[in-house]
Design a protein around this ligand. Structure first.
Ligand SMILES: [Zn+2]
Length: 328
């Protein structure tokens, strides 16, 4: 009996030891931990994914575009669907590329066509590291820090140029960021949020919307936000997640340079499709003088970007501030 007790005791402690060892192995390295969290979010795609892939989203009429969408793209998709009163098919091409507004009140720009690549939704150190590895002037847009991605301001501090990815209300998005601003939020509430962001990112000069199809189409809400940002010297760059965005109207009214996303590059998470979008953007830049694209820190996007150099002949890849300085 005593022997049996000792055996059970040994087995019990061996199991406990193995369990503790397993748990510690998960928390071994900072980066590894982040990877575990993110890959879990990608694989089951049901919890509050901080990289915003929503597997539940499907729009059968556009099935050719692919099954998985990233936040802004899903948001644009939803708003187009809603705005399309006849419920007609929105062609994949329209969806990829809402025609950029060429009647922008821009001053003269210098001769070299410029391309700005913004990577949205940047949250973790390994993403920053992967983007650095590309060795390209890519403008990262960081989420404001919260418990899901607490170190974004720390990462931004080391960047020459960066943006803050401002979470704004979508028409229909279930994995909302913490402290997303909503239509109807008071001027004071919006100001408090901007103040928090500026405490975290004191050198901030540019911000763009994360989702925001509902918020950016609301005149009153956007006027409050942009007025506050303007008073702090921060320029709002429109991700254009809705065709009804009021930002161009406000740009005229409040007299600021309207910068907007021209092309989402990773509607389809395939390297060749992403390169195709980038080539489209380069073509636009050569025609108009500049183009602004948005992508996300997805593996396929980063891989496509690692292959972009041969296409950049006659094009200058620049950070958002360099483009702004050449336009104002
Ligand atoms: Zn986003």
């Amino acid at each position: 009996m005593k022997k049996l007790n000792i055996s059970l005791f040994v087995i019990f402690f061996t199991i406990i030891f193995l369990l503790v060892f397993f748990i510690f192995s998960l928390f071994d390295f900072d980066d590894k931990k982040e990877n575990v969290v993110v890959s879990d979010q990608i694989s089951n795609q049901k919890n509050n994914s901080t990289i915003d892939i929503d597997s539940n989203f499907s729009y059968p009429k556009l099935s050719s575009v692919g099954g998985n969408y990233l936040s802004e793209i899903k948001d644009l998709h939803d708003s187009l669907k809603m705005e399309n009163s006849n419920n007609e098919l929105v062609s994949a091409d329209e969806f990829h590329f809402l025609e950029p507004d060429t009647n922008i009140n821009l001053k003269k720009i210098d001769d070299t066509p410029k391309l700005v690549i913004i990577i949205d939704d940047v949250s973790f150190k390994y993403q920053v590291r992967q983007i650095h590895k590309l060795n390209l002037p890519i403008t990262m847009s960081f989420f404001p820090p919260d418990k899901r991605h607490p170190n974004t301001a720390k990462f931004a501090k080391k960047e020459k140029m960066y943006m803050v990815h401002f979470p704004l209300e979508a028409i229909n998005f279930h994995h909302e960021e913490i402290d997303t601003l909503h239509v109807g939020d008071s001027f004071q509430k919006i100001k408090k949020r901007v103040d928090f962001i500026l405490e975290q990112f004191p050198n901030l000069k540019f911000t763009n919307n994360h989702t925001g199809s509902k918020f950016t189409s609301n005149y009153r809400s956007m006027k409050n936000l942009i007025t506050i940002l303007q008073s702090k010297g921060v320029l709002f760059v429109d991700s254009v997640t809705t065709a009804k965005t009021v930002v161009p109207i406000l740009a005229k009214e409040l007299n600021f340079v309207y910068l907007r996303r021209d092309i989402f590059i990773d509607n389809e998470l395939k390297v060749n499709k992403i390169l195709k979008q980038l080539k489209k953007a380069i073509k636009l830049a050569k025609k108009r003088g500049y183009a602004i694209v948005i992508g996300h820190p997805h593996k396929a996007t980063l891989k496509a970007l690692s292959q972009i150099k041969p296409y950049l002949t006659g094009i200058k890849l620049v950070y958002i501030n360099e483009l702004y300085d050449s336009l104002k």
